[in-house]
Design a protein around this ligand. Structure first.
Ligand SMILES: NCCCCC[C@@H](C[SeH])C(=O)O
Ligand SMILES: [Zn+2]
Ligand SMILES: [Zn+2]
Length: 307
């Protein structure tokens, strides 16, 4: 849209206002779904984009803001929704995707942590839950899913940035997402989790160096996305299975979604490669979101053509 709204980062209240405005302005195509609430009782609101009521349509899920300090992630979810709504029937690829797939977008999966980065600590990563008999706060939601939970690459120390929690899905935020994906696992064929930074397109597994059964499919899709980012944006994204490409990371949402049966599952690490890191300036939002959009469209089109 012409407004500068999508070239800025927004505080939590403004994102909730945007969710209300977007659903209100698009009553027949956008629905807000309350999938749960955070530790501090903030609503976990996912948007459902559905352009037609074609029966047995596939769906994709995209979550942003699982890690609080990765501000470019929620910024991308907002710009992705805006772009999809305004280019439906204008852009052939967006139209093809939305004609064939419903899209669930969770703009801020960790609202308590996101709010904390605006008010107290810009570099906060985890959620804000309290663990008894420790004064350290927060669980790494991307180590809290039931996928090789709390093995190598996570920590049982509540003060660690990769604290796995007391048990799998101990956190209301990861439980809410897992419940929703379990409920819709037969229709959701593509899972994407948006993070920053390091410009990587990652896929299962991250909890083991073993190759996923459809590794060649996932590699082809990630390569296609990285090639398109290079071709259209002249920027370089690394791609590959998580464990080998970034680090061992158990309890991740993408690995869990994959094992649930969502065979096309990705984690995208957006800009940059470390110059600004989590503090990516607002002037970089447009290019970071354009590159991420290219990657999402590439893999979504491939899923539609495969199944
Ligand atoms: N599911 C693990 C995917 C690879 C690691 C992703 C990064 C994003 Se900040 C992490 O959770 O440490
Ligand atoms: Zn992250
Ligand atoms: Zn990251």
């Amino acid at each position: 849209s012409s407004s500068t709204f999508y070239q800025k980062y927004h505080r939590l209240e403004d994102i909730y206002e945007w969710i209300n405005r977007t659903t209100h302005d698009n009553p027949s195509t956008v629905k807000a779904i309350l999938i749960g609430s955070s530790f501090e009782k903030q609503p976990l609101l996912a948007l459902k984009l559905s352009m037609n009521d074609r029966p047995d349509k596939k769906a994709m899920w995209m979550d942003c803001g699982i890690h609080a300090r990765e501000w470019i992630s929620p910024a991308f979810c907002l710009s992705f929704v805006q772009h999809s709504l305004s280019f439906y029937k204008q852009n052939q690829e967006i139209t093809h995707i939305l004609d064939n797939m419903d899209i669930y977008v969770l703009p801020v999966m960790n609202p308590d942590g996101y709010k904390h980065t605006w008010t107290e600590n810009r570099m906060w990563r985890k959620n804000r839950s309290h663990t008894k008999n420790t004064n350290c706060i927060g669980v790494d939601l991307n180590r809290n899913f039931d996928a090789n939970w709390c093995m190598e690459g996570a920590s049982r120390d509540p003060c660690s940035e990769t604290y796995c929690g007391r048990f799998p899905e101990s956190e209301p935020e990861s439980k809410a997402v897992a419940d929703f994906l379990r409920l819709h696992k037969d229709s959701i064929h593509l899972y994407i989790s948006i993070h920053s930074y390091s410009q990587m397109l990652l896929f299962p597994y991250s909890y083991t160096l073993e190759e996923a059964p459809n590794h060649s499919d996932l590699l082809e899709m990630a390569k296609g996305a990285a090639d398109n980012i290079k071709r259209y944006h002249r920027n370089h994204y690394v791609y590959g299975a998580g464990a080998k490409t970034i680090y061992l990371a158990p309890g991740g949402s993408d690995d869990w979604a994959y094992n649930l049966g969502i065979k096309y599952s990705f984690t995208f690490e957006l800009q940059d490669r470390g110059r600004y890191g989590f503090l990516l300036p607002p002037s970089h939002i447009h290019s970071a979101c354009s590159e991420a959009l290219t990657a999402v469209k590439t893999v979504a089109l491939m899923v539609i053509n495969k199944a």
